[in-house]
Design a protein around this ligand. Structure first.
Ligand code: NAD
Ligand code: 0WE
Length: 257
């Protein structure tokens, strides 16, 4: 099992118990890490506080990733409490609902801007904030979550696919930048999972069924399985791995006809 004893981590992207970031938080806590967990606005605060109550001594803080002041305050609080940071898990993504149906060519300028701000740029902003805290620890590990829609066209994924392509490029550029400081930057590309971010996506059940039919493992993946892969990338076993997009999708990505 991964040993994160004595390590501290920041988890961004927990909305509820089905969140991929929550599964990663649970696995990291199980491995002995002390965690700071953020919530996006008061709407989700109660949810996150209830979940975090099951952890040992968590730090719970607000963070809307579009707000530089909140990011600055977040790292001040973590610095004050932990005095450093060993890992960051980024699981924030958003596109306006109207951009996730219909033709991609109709993507609005504002929808495009907001989607890339929240889903891609936020990794850069959060990595920059983490940098001094991780440097003090002699290195660190940064992990984000992506989807194959970055490389292939999936109906209705639309501007999120463009945002995930940008996010994956950010992983490579950040990895090159931060590697000399001992900071690794990776992504897990997960297969589809019925989380809050998937709810209300018309035809999501059909996407899940398509993966069951086509993926080499003939099943979908679970958040706990994504978390197991995350433990590899966050922990000592992943120490030589950076700039990597690790597919955790039952092998779906390898299929053709
Ligand atoms: P989720 O809804 O539980 O998580 C998405 C999170 O993004 C939420 O916690 C939400 O609060 C946060 N977020 C949105 N806008 C934000 C903002 N302005 N500031 C801060 N946080 C904000 O759903 P999930 O499926 O666990 O998604 C986590 C990540 O995994 C996302 O990057 C998603 O794209 C990715 N992913 C999901 C799937 C899937 O099928 N569910 C597959 C592959 C990758
Ligand atoms: O990254 C995602 C979903 C991200 C997402 C979801 C929503 C729904 C609610 C971003 N923004 C929003 N905005 C909302 O208003 N996934 C990988 C899951 C997903 O979403 C899809 C998919 C898959 C897979 C949307 C269309 C087609 C396929």
């Amino acid at each position: 099992m991964t040993d994160l004893q004595g390590k501290t981590g920041l988890i961004v992207g927990v909305a509820n118990k089905r969140s991929i970031a929550w599964a990663i938080a649970q696995a990291a806590a199980e491995a002995g890490a002390r965690l700071a967990i953020t919530y996006q606005g008061e709407r989700l605060e109660e949810n996150v506080r209830e979940l975090a109550a099951t952890l040992v001594n968590p730090l719970i803080l607000p963070c809307d990733v579009t707000d530089d002041a909140q990011i600055a305050h977040l790292y001040e609080a973590i610095d004050g409490e932990f005095g450093g940071l060993d890992f960051l898990v980024h699981g924030a993504a958003f596109a306006p609902r109207e951009e996730l149906s219909g033709p991609f060519v109709q993507t609005s300028r504002e929808g495009f801007r907001l989607s890339l701000d929240i889903s891609a740029y936020s990794l850069v902003a959060l990595a920059r904030g983490a940098l001094p805290l991780m440097e003090r620890r002699g290195g660190g590990s940064i992990l984000t979550l992506t989807y194959l829609g970055s490389q292939r066209v999936f109906d209705n994924y639309n501007v999120m696919g463009v945002a995930k392509a940008a996010l994956e490029a950010c992983v490579r550029y950040l990895a090159a930048d931060l590697g000399p400081k001992g900071i690794r930057v990776n992504a897990i590309s997960a297969g589809p999972i019925k989380t809050l971010a998937a709810s209300g996506i018309s035809g999501f059940s059909a996407i899940l069924q398509h993966y069951r039919d086509r993926a080499p493992l003939h099943r979908t993946v679970e958040t706990a399985e994504v978390a197991d892969a995350a433990m590899f990338l966050l922990g000592p076993a992943g120490r030589a791995v950076t700039a990597e997009i690790l597919m955790v999708d039952g092998g779906y990505h390898a299929t053709g006809m």
